[in-house]
Design a protein around this ligand. Structure first.
Ligand code: BES
Ligand code: ZN
Length: 464
């Protein structure tokens, strides 16, 4: 069978309006995984995908889990063992849309908008990850409509809990290893490097989430009556958070840096050659000055250094006006991004012991653990990486780059550990897509060229 993408690329160009309508339809389903009120919507998004994949002639099924369902689908050519077998992973769940008042249109009333920078697909999930997962589905649709069948065996695997820590993922992968095994996993959940350099991710940071509540008095107190005498848990929490970094921005937890490698000279030179414009990257978010560890280059700060960040804090009176109160409790959500061989569970224990040691008399602390996943490094010596690099470079105005990713996609590591297969990550999001923020969008150009990119990658992976 021929595996040239030209006719497929032409079909993609002709059918872009229909593909865009399909994506908008999927985006209108508010599949917010973290909120139990949206469980029905998560199921609806999974069903939408099953129906769409069945229309492509695939065997697609919903697989219930204790949380939101998984979708698994297979091309009809599974019996042809001469064809390489890839698994494509994406997530159909989205982040909560709040704060709602900052959206210029309702987050699930998705639409194609004209902006001074070009056409954008606006809505929660447009970029993370429904738009990206549909780039692959649309490439397959165009391929099937031109050639009747795909030149690869493909298993599709969509989950609906990625944005809420994937509690069902590992058990599901273990129980269903027989239907999920393939030669290689493809993941479309990352971005371009700059505006139009396609990027293949070579490393992901891991993630450890810890929620901490410090309690002191058995109720809120009048800060005039008790202030100065009674312990204030907001101060205790603030001190603990302040102590997490030294004056040079380095995390102070004992043993935290065990397993953190220094960049190799080769890696440093390759990242330097990417010519990252930190001022422009920060400037686009209204900032100007890198605020990470002293003496590290900006790409290193986001790709290969471990961090501790406060993601949320709450204590005392935060409503309108003023209230002279001495709060009874203070809470924070803290996440650690991990690199190298840092061990998330060991760091969790270290962090808890370290906090307890800082707790003054009259205070109690409670911890709730969230995700705990190690960093991962991709197997760039797998020949699929060079094939993909060449395919992407033909589609975009610049050569594809090998990049790090500061975000966390734990499934990449699970594919290796549980199913013994390498993962290849590429994606077409832009830095200004507002993922996890109000007014999320996906540029129509990224959607279009993303679909074309996958058609080229499919052709390249099929060509022996
Ligand atoms: N698509 C993102 C990962 C990502 C972030 C890629 C930034 C490129 C740039 C993914 O959906 C995500 O947000 N992951 C979470 C981790 C998850 C375990 C909650 C993250 O990185 O915070
Ligand atoms: Zn994502």
């Amino acid at each position: 069978m021929t595996a040239t993408p030209e006719a497929v690329l032409a079909r993609i160009d002709e059918t872009l309006p229909e593909a865009t309508e399909r994506l908008l339809d999927l985006l209108r389903i508010p599949s917010v995984s973290t909120d139990p009120a949206h469980a029905g919507d998560c199921r609806a998004a999974a069903e939408w995908l099953v129906n769409d994949l069945r229309r492509l002639g695939l065997a697609a099924e919903i697989h219930p889990t204790p949380g939101h369902p998984m979708v698994v689908a297979k091309t009809p050519n599974m019996g042809d063992h001469s064809l390489p077998h890839v698994l494509f992973y994406g997530h159909y769940d989205v982040q909560p849309a709040d704060p709602l008042d900052l959206w210029k249109r309702p987050p699930f009333d998705s639409a194609l908008e004209d902006t001074p920078e070009g056409k954008v697909i606006r809505g929660r999930g447009a970029s993370d990850d429904k738009g990206q997962l549909m780039t692959f589905v649309e490439a397959c649709r165009a391929w099937i409509s031109v050639h009747d069948e795909l030149p690869l065996r493909i298993t599709f695997f969509f989950e609906g809990e990625e944005e809420s820590g994937s509690p069902s993922l590992v058990p599901f992968m273990k129980e269903n290893a027989d239907i999920l095994g393939a030669d290689l996993a493809l993941i479309c959940d990352t971005g371009l490097f700059g505006r139009d350099t396609p990027a293949i991710v070579t490393s992901l940071r891991g993630l450890l989430g810890e929620e901490i509540t410090i309690r002191a008095a058995d109720r809120d107190l009048h800060s005039g009556m008790y202030g100065g005498l009674a312990r204030n848990p907001a101060h205790v929490l603030a001190q603990i958070i302040a102590d997490l970094h030294d004056g040079k921005g380095r995390v102070t937890l004992p043993g935290f840096h065990d397993g953190v490698p220094e960049l190799s000279p080769g890696q440093r030179a390759q990242w330097k050659a990417l010519d990252f414009d930190a001022a422009a990257f920060l400037g686009e978010a209204g900032l100007a000055i890198p605020a990470g560890e002293a003496g590290r280059m900006p790409l290193e700060m986001i790709w290969s250094r471990p961090t501790a960040e406060v993601n949320g804090m709450e204590s005392g009176y935060t409503g309108a006006g003023f209230k002279t109160v001495l709060p009874a409790e203070a809470r924070a959500k803290i996440s650690f991004r991990l690199v190298g061989r840092q061990d998330p569970l060991k760091i969790r224990e270290t962090f808890r012991t370290w906090v307890r040691a800082r707790l003054p008399a009259d205070c109690r602390v409670e911890f709730t653990g969230h995700g705990a996943s190690p960093a991962s490094v991709m197997a760039t010596d797998n020949p699929a990486f060079e094939k993909t690099r060449r395919a992407l470079s033909r589609e975009w105005p610049r050569e594809a780059a090998f990049v790090g990713c500061g975000g966390s996609i734990p499934v990449a590591g699970h594919f290796r550990e549980i199913l013994g297969m390498d993962a290849l990550l590429t994606g077409f999001g832009r830095d200004d897509d507002n993922i996890h923020s109000p007014n999320e969008k996906y540029d129509l150009e990224c959607f279009h060229k993303g679909i074309r990119s996958w058609a080229r990658i499919i052709a390249a992976l099929a060509s022996g």
